[in-house]
Design a protein around this ligand. Sequence first.
Ligand code: GTP
Ligand code: MG
Length: 220
Amino acid sequence: MKITAEFITSAAGPADFPADGVPAVALVGRSNVGKSSLINALLRQRIARTSAAPGKTRLANVYRVARGSSGPIYLLDLPGYGYARARRGGQGQAAPAFDEVAQAAFEQNPAALLLVDVRHPGLENDRAAWRWVTSTVERCAIVGTKIDKLAHGQRIRALREIESVLEDSVLPVSAVTGEGLDELWKLIDRLASNRNSINPRSRRQASIPPKETAPRPRRK
Ligand code: GTP
Ligand code: MG
């Protein structure tokens, strides 16, 4: 399927994001989790800058993407959290490490993907991020990155642990081997097409089904 992608802008505040009604999907996650690499893998080109050193992406980079016959979308590569970290949050704290750029991006009511490194399930800042994401946007999902780094048995255990801690399903992917990318495109298409742009906050609250059967989150 043909993919065309174009870098649009590096956004620092709410006014910098495109406001043309094209659906946006934001990639959220710790520094070094692989947000920019995943964008490159999805777009099959080295359009986003990546680095082995955390903290590479400091502004929200906006890419406009057209894929096959799907309508255009924006992918937002947000700065990672957990690099210049705010103080450690307590259990109920909403968003200890989200900076202004991420907050500004979320004012546009994008869908969001929380990226979690499958080798590090249950980190407190990922848990805080998921609480923040689910309470801020309506359409969101969790992606487990760097699945190529785990052997088969470890994968199952790691994915189960992330799902148990975050109380939601996780899609495992690898930017290196391409594993999971077809499924991720389907997920992105679903998140981007199923959109409504009225007050996401109030509707999200009503739309979260109670997870009665999920085990209680464990602390590390
Ligand atoms: P910040 O911009 O600092 O927030 O980081 P980021 O989340 O954009 O991470 P980035 O894509 O720059 O990747 C960080 C490091 O992880 C780089 O060394 C990548 O090569 C590596 N990496 C990313 N994705 C994968 C993956 O799927 N598998 C493996 N093995 N390495 C990966
Ligand atoms: Mg990056």
